[in-house]
Design a protein around this ligand. Structure first.
Ligand SMILES: [Cu+2]
Length: 134
């Protein structure tokens, strides 16, 4: 009896541990300047265990680490590419050039908040750093 209870709680523990292991990853994030100054077409892949995650709901916002509270970008909804399942597209409109933290708020199929750091240069070029300040 006692062993059964222990086994059951072990199973419950393992089940909750694996359920909590949802480990989404923002992969290949990029942004390209448009003809409109400070407006960018951006995209990324959402992966989990190296597999594309489809039908995800992800809002994307941005903030400037060097100017906290100065100008947060209102989050926009990303849309999944019709050609590339697991790839998501969004348009980013920034307040100024400089270093921005782009924030990905995932609400489906898992909940997570991930971020990536970008340098948006005044000439329209964009550099992406490996990771945000996670
Ligand atoms: Cu600023």
């Amino acid at each position: 009896m006692r062993a059964n209870v222990t086994q059951l709680s072990l199973i419950a523990l393992l089940a909750s541990a694996s359920a909590g292991q949802a480990n989404p990853e923002i992969s290949n994030p990029s942004c390209v300047a448009t003809e409109v100054k400070l407006v960018y077409n951006c995209q990324f892949d959402l992966l989990e265990d190296s597999h594309p995650v489809t039908d995800a709901e992800i809002a994307v916002g941005a903030s400037m680490p060097s100017m906290p509270m100065a100008h947060n970008v209102k989050p926009v909804t990303s849309f999944e590419s019709t050609e590339m399942p697991g790839q998501y597209l969004y348009d980013l409109e920034l307040a100024m050039a400089g270093e921005w933290l782009v924030i990905f708020d995932i609400s489906q199929p898992m909940r997570d908040r991930l971020q990536k750091k970008f340098m948006f240069n005044a000439d329209g070029s964009v550099e992406q750093f490996d990771r945000g300040d996670e």
